[in-house]
Design a protein around this ligand. Sequence first.
Ligand SMILES: Nc1nc2c(c(=O)[nH]1)N[C@H]1C(S)=C(S)[C@@H](COP(=O)(O)OP(=O)(O)OC[C@H]3O[C@@H](n4cnc5c(=O)[nH]c(N)nc54)[C@H](O)[C@@H]3O)O[C@H]1N2
Ligand SMILES: Nc1nc2c(c(=O)[nH]1)N[C@H]1C(S)=C(S)[C@@H](COP(=O)(O)OP(=O)(O)OC[C@H]3O[C@@H](n4cnc5c(=O)[nH]c(N)nc54)[C@H](O)[C@@H]3O)O[C@H]1N2
Ligand SMILES: [Mo]
Length: 797
Amino acid sequence: MEELDKKIIEQEIKSEPSAENPFRLLDLKLTHVEKKAAGIPAVLAVFSDLFEEKTILRGGRALFKMNQMDGFDCPSCAWPDPDDERSVLGEYCENGAKALAEEATSKRVTPQFFKENSVNDLAKLDDYQIGKLGRLTDPMYLPEGATHYQPISWEDAFKKIAEHYNALSSPDEAAFYTSGRTSNEASFVYQLFAKEYGTNNMPDCSNMCHETSGSALRPTIGIGKGTVTLEDFHDTDVIIIIGQNPGTNAPRMMSALSKGKKNGAKIIAINPLPEAGLMGFVDPQSVLGVLEGGVKLADLYLPVKINGDMALLKAIELLLIEFEKKSPGSVFDQEFIDNKTVGFDEFLKQFDHYDLDHLAELSGVSKDLIYEAAAMIAFKKRIIFSWGMGLTQQPNGVDMIREILNIHLIKGSIGIPGAGVCPVRGHSNVQGNRTMLIDEKPSNEQLDRLENHYGFKVPREHGYDVVRAIKAMHEGKIKVMFCMGGNFLSATPDTTFTANALRKLNLLVCVSTKLNRGHFVHGKEAIILPTYGRSDKDIVNGELQIISTENSMGVVQQSKGMLDAVSDNLINETQIVCRMAMATLGDRSVVNWQKYHDSYDAVRDDIEKCIPGFENYNVRVREKGGFYLPNAARDKQYFSKKLDGRAPFTLTEIPDNTLAEDEYMMATTRTHDQFNTTIYGLDDRYRGIKNERRVIFMNQKDIDKAGFKAGDKVDLYNFDDGIERVAPLFIIVSYQIPEKNTVTYFPETNVLVSVNNVVKESNMPASKYVKIKIKKHDPEVYKKVDQMLYQGAIQRP
Ligand SMILES: Nc1nc2c(c(=O)[nH]1)N[C@H]1C(S)=C(S)[C@@H](COP(=O)(O)OP(=O)(O)OC[C@H]3O[C@@H](n4cnc5c(=O)[nH]c(N)nc54)[C@H](O)[C@@H]3O)O[C@H]1N2
Ligand SMILES: Nc1nc2c(c(=O)[nH]1)N[C@H]1C(S)=C(S)[C@@H](COP(=O)(O)OP(=O)(O)OC[C@H]3O[C@@H](n4cnc5c(=O)[nH]c(N)nc54)[C@H](O)[C@@H]3O)O[C@H]1N2
Ligand SMILES: [Mo]
């Protein structure tokens, strides 16, 4: 690693505009790859972000309220806050602060701005520039054939939306997308409106994120959520972090990891990249931590090949079985297996066919390292597997998570203190959205409760998820698309295909805090509705309101904004839904929308009646730290209802990942400077990248073999479904990554992900399993590119 580091340190690649490179790449700088996350640079980064956003006063004060008991929930990730003490320095991290800076900016995108800039002009900006424009201040409307968005009153906007809904020949011609920041209250009324209107077409960001986890967990343990609390991390024996980059995407998890480690836990990291956040951590909130240079985190790092995890997990299991044979009773929990599971014998039998050498080869990890990992797990009972998108966005992701569950089941390591499974959620309230029934396939039990309470006939037919919604739009089956936050265009796969699908809509409505590319690729008509962010004061009838969210560990708690809104013309998401419902349904509705419009308490009172676990919601949500939702798998080892509370072992298969001679496997990830499609900056500090996003990480041996050099400019191709997809102009970076594996950043490479490249069962885009070919950059390539979709750290001439 040292050697490799030296090789790539301080390489600088400068380039000037030329015929070959018309858009002039920014000057890419490579610095050393960090081996520890956070520390002083993270503290400095916080303040520079707030400064840059002209928010030092607004944002700086807000920072200390973020994730405090009387403050607001960080809009960034879904990692939980400590139940009791919270750091007086602020329960935030560098990336939470960046998210806040984005939201708390005092820059504004006004009607005047839209008058001066056409949709086409705006699309020429890169995503970083679009994000820096500021907060939306007024509702805007793009009439059919118009070049510019123009102001529209709220009243007229709702009227127009209602006209569109009421003109459809079936409610199923509408789709309602949700990104994961929407509060419980807004989510509940939103899904209620969709159902009373008559459809379950509710694609959401879960369909690209943790749907895979839910699909795997539900049949096995009876609940689609994790089974651990923060305390379990603090007091456990082994934590295995697989397919997740917590240093960047859940930085507050680092404090939990270092606390666990201090109390004696061992950490195993499984990742094709040696991520800084997995290798070490300097607590920026502890002066001592910074001075002492921090803690080494991972005790063992397994450099798995992309999608080599299944082979790796099976290899570990093979060794666990071997250890148990040698020393019966020391590895398996036979009592748990006998009383709480089914299918153990069949599970054991399959291992007769597996061979350790072969499994090791398929995984890309040496036998010695696998042996070490198995030995660390074998004789401990308190183990936690934690995972992210590295597993969920793989074609066999559901099965891989089931394989993780198999390990927990043979060891009885679930539903006891210090042990369990931990899918680390993404958006700050994505888990709450699902609990509030934002789901394209709600269960009959859930629907019965709604129907009994409200008395209207709820639609029973399952709706479209994200991938199916894209295809349905393409076929003209969806005509109106409503987006509650998010950036449907850029977050979804197959950008060109998706753009063409969106262009077929009659109407696209986006409820947004800020502009994004998704507002520029629209249907015949488009409407933008501006709303509050998490940190904004939400005042209804003169009173400051609280909303509530659910974090990654099933804790529901209140959040209260504290910043003055950037404009007097914003409406909160709940009120937007209620007014849209009243305009659309009128007398047809049996729901008292006005009551919900006027009071979040009223919404919570009815949530309580329709969703289990929310008893006494209005009181408990105001209690210090909120409350835990029930979780039978965690609380009483009660798993699948169909199996009398037992959990089934699952038999899975090892995928064939053979690549052609000139093919590479590509995983798309986030940089340290973005939140999904919001680009905070152009660096990826921990991975040593400065000032550029269009890079491709490659193994030096592959670079040599293909006759390239680090710094070469290349175009990336994908040929799934017999179609040529191209992402032009990337810079090769030599990196410590398994051979034949490559990593790029999303959303720039989403153009390469086929809409048909999906995860089995969960139907999520398999965005970390994309077969690509790499060719020398050809200036002619731009002729093949839809310029409205071109995004990245590229300066236009
Ligand atoms: N600052 C910040 N925070 C965020 C987000 C953000 O964009 N910015 N996004 C939020 C959201 S919505 C989500 S879902 C989470 C996402 O958080 P993560 O799940 O950490 O997301 P990714 O960046 O996609 O990175 C996944 C990791 O998987 C690894 N990986 C890729 N392929 C494989 C593989 O085949 N096997 C294994 N074992 N590993 C693999 C990558 O190297 C990377 O380290 O973060 C949330 N928090
Ligand atoms: N290739 C590839 N694609 C991926 C992924 C990947 O790893 N690789 N990750 C996937 C994952 S895990 C996810 S979760 C999706 C994310 O998909 P989305 O959730 O759709 O995308 P975001 O970029 O988070 O959405 C950002 C926009 O949300 C709006 N917004 C921000 N805050 C608020 C708010 O409080 N209220 C409202 N109404 N709007 C707000 C802003 O206008 C902002 O531009 O992307 C997925 N796409
Ligand atoms: Mo996500």
